[in-house]
Design a protein around this ligand. Structure first.
Ligand code: NAP
Length: 890
């Protein structure tokens, strides 16, 4: 430990420190401790009169944490962990405040905290390279670095309801509860709001009040906490290997060590799903319920809907009056997209004779009067109104407290006029030496905050130490790095269902706030590894400067891959697989078969039939996927990928099922012959023969007679393209459209994508060389039956060509699409950013490719002359399948 340099006061009465921190809650306290140990002088400023942050202000009845307290603790000091024992699974607010008090005392932190002090202005002084803070209480502060440890949920939302000032009774806000407590005994009381604060406080207020009227705008999902002592299994895990347990938490998705779920809802029977749900219900753990039921519960509307329905049954079972139960039952958002709550007796409270529920969707509040609350249908006179109406979350505490003026006089409010833009949720370009702990753009509220706070504090303080050691005095994120992070955030947001609900996660709870998913949805562990990457890649995306013109800027975007592609490639890299081409054809086939066995099974379709059809040199196997809808359906003849060497009619099974389900068409996947046993042009000729036969036997196959469509991925895309050329030149069959996904179209390897993506993205340059060598002799390679780009392109069926940014085949796919267009063929292109060669076939693994697959299905429908499905956005899908009778009536 190094001795902290002391804060000093200048002659002009300015307090000068290395680092100023706003907030003395979980984050501010740990920051002070670490800064001090790093030998940096620091002061923390807090409007409150003592430590605690959110736990200082939120003293309403029933306030507790809703992450198990053993997880919601500091882990930086094993001695601290030994010195404190929690009395309950979910500690109360007073106990958590006692803990923070204990921590402040143990590390003697209060001496560097100025309580009862708000920052009123913070301005960056470019010449002096420091921030100057003015305060409403005492000396201004000059600091090299300025850190917002303001919390994500600390700026309460104004009531937004007319007439609050006219009310003559008492008004309380859960987020600013009186320290002396409130006695509601014998009083008529109203609570507005049914988020976590409302759900925790309502049962206790109901026990005291003469009558409690709850005004609910949106019902929420709540599950019983089953509070009590720390569960034995959790305690045993911690006692067995505390540091291992903590390390697992740091690399987990939500900051709590739980396994990744691998079973998909459609692989489980109704009884199995129910058993998992009941187990989660009995466990009384939000993170468990949010992650442990089935793998698609948080990423897919259908998987989520199954869980919602089980939840609704519980509500109906707990609430005696069916109308009240219906009002309490959520229908407008997927489970988990809005913060679910942990409760103690919440639903049962509505069985009490002294509790009334008012549905604000049916009777909105029109005004608050001197005596109570008026809705369109009734007037409720009360002595007290409790606003449990929430917070201007994530940005509110940072923006609303005071202007933060960065470079060139630009305020943070101006920089965030279109929503919060950050680099890593830690910094904002143009605001040097400013850091946010758990800011927008970091996992924060979608995680165990204790874990995320420690990670941020450690990252920031480690950077400050490294800067000092290297002689740098300023650090600022570059615009390019920040823009890349904003895009990565948007990519991550498509992974989860958060975008489907109006919540404080998206800013929708505050009138006029710009909307967008604010927390990072890519998970705690992946986020941690990205932050580490930034450091190991030379502070990627940051400009550092120091005295005498010292400067360093390693500009760039830290994540260019889609988040799930990054995870998949990371897992593959960890497996340290030998190059596929080193396995020989048979070994490579075994490998692919084994690999495919480990992937999620494809989703159900109406029917799957295996058969054989005549190829050019003997029978070929096929697998037919039929939609569950009444036929006859148009037919898509599908050719699998595998470099003309690997795969079979089953190897792209999940992708074929997906095409079938989304397009509503029959997909016939053809098992054409492979190299090296059958070299060029066997695959192409088989494919053509299969297309002919399928078109001629469409009715027998249960399909719509007439033209067919073709589709294929990779080498399958190659032979789909070739089939179209052969069909045009050899008198049929009539093909009305071609879907080419990452196709091989040409025999040269000198396009940039071959070099840019030569290694590291699973399909490598050398693997492609191997495929070509096995399939086709150099002399044959310019033949259009293997290099369709070299063929005649006029008169071909309309095409939908998909290419992926990180694919050696990217540029030849684009070249083919461009050449088709130049030849007068109607072409649509999907150039998928952040994706790799296998993204679209890894259905239910690469979730971010789902929207692309939906577009492919639309294109196929267009080729077949089927009505375009109204763009089936997830939002519409959710609303359609989940509309409650009540909503339907509204
Ligand atoms: P919240 O989740 O935003 O809930 C606010 C409630 O007030 C919602 O039901 C909202 O309805 C309603 N509301 C807001 N404005 C309204 C208006 N003008 N008229 C009528 N109703 C209105 O806020 P919160 O309950 O304070 O919780 C915020 C977050 O803090 C939680 O999600 C959680 O992350 C954290 N928290 C945690 C705990 C814990 O157990 N550790 C406890 C409390 C809070 P709409 O849904 O329709 O907007």
């Amino acid at each position: 430990m190094s001795a902290a340099s002391a804060s000093e006061t200048t002659k002009s009465g300015v307090q000068r420190v290395d680092v100023a921190v706003v907030g003395a809650g979980f984050a501010g306290l740990y920051l002070l401790h670490r800064l001090r140990n790093a030998g940096l002088s620091a002061v923390a400023l807090d409007a409150a009169n003592d430590v605690g942050g959110t736990w200082y202000w939120n003293r309403y009845p029933g306030a507790r944490c809703d992450i198990q307290t053993t997880d919601y603790s500091y882990t930086f000091d094993p001695e601290l962990e030994k010195a404190w024992a929690w009395s309950e699974k979910y500690a109360t607010q007073p106990e958590i405040l006692r803990y923070l008090d204990f921590v402040a005392d143990r590390y003697d932190l209060r001496r560097d905290i100025r309580f009862g002090t708000k920052v009123t202005n913070a301005t960056w002084d470019e010449a002096a390279e420091h921030w100057l803070l003015t305060t409403d209480n005492g000396a201004p502060v000059s600091c090299r670095h300025y850190i917002m440890a303001t919390g994500c949920l600390s700026s309460p939302k104004p009531p937004e309801i007319d007439g609050v000032k006219d009310f003559k009774g008492k008004v309380y806000f859960t987020g600013r509860w009186p320290h002396e407590g409130v006695d509601f005994t014998g009083k008529p009381v109203a609570v507005i709001g049914t988020g976590s604060s409302g759900i925790q406080s309502i049962p206790l207020i109901a026990e005291q009040a003469a009558h409690l009227t709850v005004f609910q705008r949106t019902p929420n999902f709540a599950l019983p906490a089953h509070n009590g002592p720390t569960p034995k299994d959790k305690a045993a895990l911690l006692q067995g290997d505390r540091s291992g347990y903590r390390e697992q938490a740091r690399w987990s998705m939500a900051g709590v060590p739980l396994p990744q779920n691998t079973a998909y809802s459609w692989q489980l029977s109704d009884a199995e799903r129910r058993a998992r749900f009941e187990d989660a219900w009995a466990t009384g753990d939000l993170v468990h319920m949010l992650t442990q039921l089935w793998a698609d519960q948080g990423v897919d509307v259908d998987g989520n809907a199954l869980l919602c329905e089980l939840f609704r049954e519980k509500i109906r079972g707990a609430v005696k009056d069916p109308e009240t139960a219906a009002t309490l039952t959520p229908h407008d958002h997927p489970f988990g997209s809005k913060r679910p709550c942990l409760d103690t007796n919440y639903y049962a409270t509505f069985n009490r004779p002294n509790v009334t529920l008012v549905n604000l969707r049916q009777e909105p509040i029109t005004s608050i009067t001197a005596t109570g609350i008026k809705t369109g249908k009734r007037t409720v006179d009360v002595d007290a109104i409790v606003f449990a109406t929430g917070f201007d979350a994530m940005t509110g505490a940072i923006l609303a407290v005071h202007p933060i003026v960065g470079r060139d006089g630009k305020t943070l409010a101006e920089a965030w006029a279109n929503g919060p833009q950050t680099y890593l949720g830690l910094t904002v370009s143009g605001f040097p030496n400013l850091f946010m702990i758990t800011g927008p753009g970091s996992p924060s509220v979608l995680s165990n905050m204790a874990v995320s706070i420690e990670q941020h504090v450690d990252w920031v303080v480690d950077r400050l130490i490294a800067m000092r050691d290297a002689g740098f005095s300023t650090i600022d994120a570059t615009g390019a790095a920040q823009a890349g992070w904003v895009r990565h955030m948007a990519d991550c947001a498509t992974l989860t269902l958060h975008r489907l609900a109006n919540t404080w996660y998206t800013g929708a709870n505050v009138p006029g706030k710009v909307q967008g998913v604010m927390p990072y949805t890519g998970g705690v562990g992946p986020y941690r590894s990205i932050c580490n990457d930034v450091v190991s890649r030379g502070m990627l995306g940051f400009r550092l400067t120091g005295p005498n013109g010292a400067a360093q800027c390693n500009d760039g975007e830290v994540v260019r891959l889609q988040p799930d592609v990054r995870l998949v490639l990371g897992m593959l890299a960890e497996m340290n697989l030998p190059p596929i081409e080193s396995l020989g054809a048979h070994g490579a086939r075994d490998f692919v078969n084994e690999f495919n066995e480990g992937r999620p099974a494809g989703r159900p379709v109406g029917d799957v039939v295996d058969g054989t059809l005549p190829g050019t040199d003997g029978p070929l196997p096929y697998r037919l996927y039929r939609p569950a809808t009444p036929g006859p359906h148009p037919i898509v003849v599908y050719f699998h990928g595998g470099g003309w060497v690997l795969g079979d009619e089953q190897s792209d099974d999940p992708f074929c099922r997906d095409i079938c389900r989304r397009s509503g068409m029959i997909v016939v996947s053809v098992g054409y012959r492979h190299a090296p046993e059958h070299r060029f042009p066997a695959a192409a000729e088989d494919a053509y023969a299969a297309a002919r036969w399928i078109a001629a036997h469409a009715a027998e196959l249960g399909g719509r007679p007439g033209p067919v469509l073709v589709a294929g991925w990779s080498a399958g895309g190659n032979i789909a393209a070739v089939t179209c050329q052969l069909a045009r030149d050899r008198g049929g069959p009539q093909i009305d459209g071609q879907l080419l996904v990452c196709p091989v179209t040409d025999c040269t390897f000198d396009r940039p994508s071959y070099n840019d993506n030569a290694t590291g993205f699973f399909l490598t340059r050398s693997l492609m060389f191997w495929f070509w060598d096995l399939y086709c002799s150099p002399a044959d390679r310019v033949d259009p039956r293997v290099s369709p780009l070299r063929g005649k392109l006029e008169g071909l069926p309309p095409a939908y060509v998909v290419t992926c940014e990180f694919d050696p085949l990217r540029d030849e796919g684009i070249a083919y699409a461009d050449a088709l267009a130049a030849a007068g063929v109607p072409v649509q292109q999907l150039q998928a950013h952040g994706h790799f060669h296998s993204s679209f076939t890894m259905v239910d693994v690469v979730i971010t490719s789902a929207s692309g697959r939906a577009k492919m299905a639309e294109a196929l429908r267009g080729f077949a002359g089927l009505p375009r499905q109204a763009e089936r956005s997830d939002v519409e899908a959710w609303r359609r399948q989940d509309a409650s009778p009540q909503q339907a009536a509204e």
